[in-house]
Design a protein around this ligand. Sequence first.
Ligand code: SAM
Length: 381
Amino acid sequence: MDFYVTLSPGLEKISKREIEEFGGKIREVREGKGRIFFNGDLYLIPKINYFSRTIKRLNILLHKEKIPNISLEDVYDRVYNIDWTDYIKESQSFAIRPLRIGEHNFTSIDIGRVAGEALIKSYQKDKNVRLKVNLDYPDVIVRVEVVFDELIVGIDTTGDTALDKRGYRVFNHPAHIDSTIASSLIYLSDWKDDEILLDPMCGSGTIPIEGALIKRNIPPGKFREKKYGFIFVNMFGEDLLNEVKKEVVEKENYYNIIGLDKNQKYLEGAKENAKSAGVLDTIKFVCGDATKLQDLFDSVDVIIVNPPYGIRMGSKRMVKKLYNEFLMSAKNIMHGNSRLIVITGEDRLFKEAVIKSNLEIKEEFNIMFGGLMTKVFYLTL
Ligand code: SAM
C-alpha cells in the first residue's frame, strides 16, 4: 500500500526515522515541504495514527502525477479512473478536501466540485449506487491536492483533526508549541533514560508533557481516541486498531523531567494539562526565572525551550535581554555532553545572543510553525 504523511515542514528527517521504525519503506522525502511518501502494510494505518508523535496526518496515496498545465479536466479524469469501491462502502458518505498551491486558472472550490462529481460518477459506473456527500461529518475523507503542476489524490486515514491535536490539552497558552514539534525536538536531542530534561520557559507544559509521554511509552492515540476518534475505523473496522493497541506497554513513573516558568498562572495550566495527560506525577513543575537557572539547578543534560519571540508575547528589547541572560545562565548548568535545543521565530536576535555566549551551534534549521518561519538551534558547550 502506498502512503504519504504531512508534518511541520523542516522536520522531515525526524519523521522519516519514525516511519522507518513503524516498518514503512521510504520512497521520497520532500525536504522543507512537510511531506514524506512511503509504502508498507495495512497495519501502518493504526500504528501511525495511534503511536506517531511527529506526524500530523496519514493518507493512503491513490494517485500522484506531474501534469504540466494541469486542468480541471485532468483532475476529473484521474479521480474518475480510481477504483473507489475498495475504500468507500455503498452506504457511506464522503467529502473531498481540496488543496491548491501555485498559479492556476481554477480555485480549490472548483477542484472539490469536479473531483466530487468524478468520484460519484466513477462509483455509479462500478456499483450503480450514487454516493452521498457530507461535508461536515463524512464517513470517508478524500484529499485532492494540486500543488503547482502535481496532482495528488489520497484517502485521509486521520480525519479533519490532525494528530498534533493530542486531546489532553485542557489549558490553552496564548503561544503554545505544536505537540508534534515538541516531540520532534525531544527526539532530535537524543534524550536518554537516565538524563534530566528541562524546559525553562515551559508555558502550558507541552515539551515536558510530550517528554513524559515518550519516556512512559504512553501513545498519543490514547487521548485522541476519546476526544476525536479515528476516521480509518469507518473504512477498516475496530479490529485493526485493537490489534495494535495490544502492543502498548506503559512504563511506570519517570522523574527526570522539569518544567519551569516565571508565570504561576501558566504553571497551573501546565499542571492541568499534565494531569489530563496522566503524567502530573512524572513532571516537576517549578516557578522560577530562566535567567537564573544556576540558583535552581547544578547540572542538566538536555534543555529544550520555546522562548517568547516578541510576536505573540513581549517586546523585542525584552526578548533580546532575555535571550542574552538565558544563554549565559544555561551555560552555567550545562556540562560537556549537555544539549540545548531552542526554537524561536526571532532567530536573528537569538543568534546574536549565541555568538555572545560562545556556545557552539551544532545544527541550525528552519521549521514552519503555524504559518511562521521559525528556526531551531542545537547548541552545545
Ligand atoms: N512551549 C510553551 C507551551 O507549549 O505552552 C510556550 C512557551 S511561551 C512561547 C514562552 C514562555 O516563557 C511563557 O510562558 C513565559 O511566561 C515564559 N517566560 C518568559 N520569560 C521567562 C523567564 N525569564 N523565566 C521563566 N519563564 C519565562
